[in-house]
Each structure stands twice: as structure tokens, then as C-alpha cells.
Design a protein around this ligand. Structure first.
Ligand code: SF4
Length: 357
């Protein structure tokens, strides 16, 4: 049995709720796992709720920081989180020449952050953006049709404007209320407390707009995917990135007024442009665009968000990694088969409803 097979056996037995028998574990197994595994760490019903297991989880996570991506992964399917974060099985990505979404997203983020860090004034600079883009492109691109298609997407073609042209035009249009001031702002160990339980958050904000003369700032995050989260999804905290960045911006810029959060959509010429996703109640009238209504952060927003985050954290600490909704969200099960179809752990998973009802 190879190391990977062993991990898969553990994962499948966990899914089926059976305890893992020691005989399936070769001697070297413990070195593969982020914790020492014993049979009693896998009680039935897909919950890691043994006393010893809880102690291990507590030691592992008590002082760790969670990112928005990690928490979104957990709330999307705790079992997939278990595979990835606890068993540390890398997602099963099929061999392909196409460019993975995360790689493309990183490339766009990297070029734009370098561009804004190097720029000397507020005017768009085509030469600088292209100079940086060309350099990054040379180090990453491969000689195949997928990268050629992405090149036209960036630099444009006879039929469509490229993302860089769109971005420079957008910059020149001054559609944002404040100018970009800070780029790639890391945050670490931001403490969130709800009812005397605490957890920590970490991550990196793409851009802070402002402060303006009135000391107001806003958060901006680049998004390269086709779809953006809906207002309903934001309201249910199914999308956590901007809400978490909002909390982080308040901590990092304590003497300013953080008034809202934008996504900058960078997919292609149709799905392009800034979209205000969150705005404080106080600044609603001055920020709301005509076409699209953002989610208004009312007075209880921060408390609700803290409760949501601390609940997720408590579930992780309690060993709740079963393939069920940890928060009983309304359409979690309805979306199950769609999620399972695109899940990287589909072939390992033994959850009986992964093919739908
Ligand atoms: S296949 Fe479905 S149930 Fe199984 S880990 Fe993936 S998302 Fe979760």
C-alpha cells in the first residue's frame, strides 16, 4: 500500500463513519499525517469527537490564524476541508495544458500590484503596465494554445479589447470615489471575539482606496473569475473575503472611516469593472451606484459576522468534518451535487449523496 493509498483509506473510512483499524496503517503512516493517528480518533457518524482527537485539534488550531479562503472551504464542505487541511491530501487536479484559475488570478494580481507600487502619480501608464506585464509573462507563459488565448485576453485582439486596455481606460475614468493609496496590505492575527470565544484571521487586502480629505477609506479586491457573489450570498456570509477584509481594514487603519468594499471584476470585456459589494449604512447615500445595490452593513453586521466566524471556528475545533452543512444554510443540500461534481476530492469521497439524492 502506498502512502497515498493509506491516506485515501483513512479518508474513505472516515466518510463512511467506520473507525480506522490500525492494521490498515503501515508504520510510516504517522509521519504522513499532521497529527498522530489512532483508531479512537475516528469514531462513527463522521465526527472527530473523541477526547484525544479534540485535544489534538485544539493544539493544532488554538492559536492558528484562518484565512477567508480556508473558512469558505470549510463551510462549503467540511469533509473536503478534512481531506485538504487535516489529511493534507493535495487536490486531485487532472493533467491538463489549460491554465488553472488560481494561477491566472495570481498572475493578474501580481502584475497589478507591481504596477501600482511602481507608479509615481495617479495617471494611468500604459508603458509601465506593459513593461511589467511583459516581464511576468515571459517567466510564466508556456508555448501552447491556452496561453496564446490568455495573451489575447490580456493584450487584446482584432475583435476585442484586452484587459490592460480596459484597465487603463477604467483608471482614467476615475470612477472610484478615492484614489488607490496602499497595495497588498497583509494582516495577521486579527482577533475576533464572540461571546468570550476568540479566533484569529490573516490574509492580504489587494488595495486600500483613500484616505480622502474626510479620512474615509474603502477596500478593493481583484476578481478574475466569471461570476461574483450575489448580494444574498454576501448576506448569508457564504462569501467571506470582503467581510473579512472589512474587519481587517478597520484594524489596520484605526483612525479612518472604512466605508465599503469593492470587487474589481477582471474577467474579460463583458465582465469587467468595479462593483461596490458592501457599504456602511451611514454612507449609503453617497456611495450607492444607480444600477447595482450593494449589501448595506447595518449596525449588527460586525456582530453577526463575528458570530458566524467564531461558530465556524468552534465547529473545526469540535471536529465537525462530516459532509454536511455546518451551519444549516437554506440551499446547501440543493447545491450539493453541483459542488460535488467540481470537487477535487470526488474520487476519494464516499459520501453517499455526492451524486445527488
Ligand atoms: S465530493 Fe462532495 S461531499 Fe465529497 S468532499 Fe467533495 S464536496 Fe464534499
Amino acid at each position: 500500500m502506498t502512502d497515498k493509498d493509506t491516506l485515501l483509506t483513512i479518508g474513505s473510512q472516515f466518510a463512511s463513519g467506520k473507525p480506522v483499524r490500525k492494521r490498515v496503517l503501515p508504520k510510516a503512516t504517522s509521519s504522513l499525517l499532521p497529527f498522530k493517528l489512532k483508531a479512537y480518533h475516528f469514531p462513527s457518524h463522521g465526527l472527530l469527537n473523541g477526547v484525544h482527537t479534540k485535544r489534538i485539534l485544539k493544539n493544532k488550531y488554538m492559536l492558528s490564524s484562518f484565512s477567508a479562503t480556508q473558512l469558505e472551504k470549510y463551510q462549503s464542505c467540511p469533509y473536503a476541508y478534512f481531506f485538504q487541511k487535516l489529511l493534507q491530501i493535495q487536490p486531485n487536479v487532472a493533467e491538463t495544458f489549460s491554465i488553472p484559475a488560481y494561477e491566472w488570478g495570481t498572475l493578474i494580481h501580481d502584475i497589478l500590484s507591481r504596477y501600482h507600487l511602481k507608479k509615481k502619480d495617479d495617471l494611468p501608464s500604459k508603458s509601465l503596465l506593459h513593461e511589467i506585464s511583459d516581464k511576468v509573462w515571459l517567466t510564466l507563459s508556456k508555448d501552447n494554445i491556452h496561453w496564446e488565448a490568455k495573451k489575447s485576453l490580456l493584450y487584446g485582439s482584432a475583435n476585442q479589447k484586452g484587459l490592460w486596455e480596459l484597465y487603463l481606460n477604467w483608471e482614467a475614468s476615475h470612477r472610484l470615489p478615492f484614489k488607490p493609496q496602499f497595495v497588498r496590505i497583509p494582516f495577521k492575527k486579527i482577533k475576533i471575539t464572540y461571546q468570550r470565544k476568540s479566533m484569529f484571521l490573516s490574509g492580504e487586502i489587494d488595495m486600500i482606496l483613500g484616505p480622502n480629505k474626510e479620512n474615509k477609506v474603502a477596500v478593493l479586491d481583484y476578481k478574475t473569475g466569471r461570476t461574483l457573489p450575489t448580494k444574498a450570498k454576501m448576506k448569508r456570509f457564504e462569501s467571506l473575503q470582503l467581510p473579512i477584509y472589512y474587519l481587517a481594514a478597520q484594524e489596520k487603519f484605526p483612525h479612518t472611516d472604512v466605508i465599503g468594499c469593492y470587487f474589481m471584476h477582471m474577467h474579460h470585456d463583458v465582465y469587467f469593472g468595479e462593483k461596490l459589494m458592501l457599504v456602511t449604512e451611514k454612507h449609503l447615500s453617497e456611495m450607492t451606484p444607480l444600477k447595482h445595490k450593494p449589501l448595506v452593513m447595518q449596525r449588527h453586521f460586525k456582530k453577526d459576522l463575528s458570530q458566524h466566524l467564531v461558530t465556524l471556528y468552534s465547529h473545526i475545533l469540535d471536529g465537525k468534518f462530516q459532509a454536511k452543512d455546518p451551519l444549516a444554510l437554506p440551499d446547501f443540500e440543493k447545491k450539493r451535487s453541483q459542488k460535488c461534481q467540481t470537487c477535487s476530492y470526488h474520487t476519494l469521497c464516499r459520501y453517499e449523496k455526492r451524486y445527488g439524492q
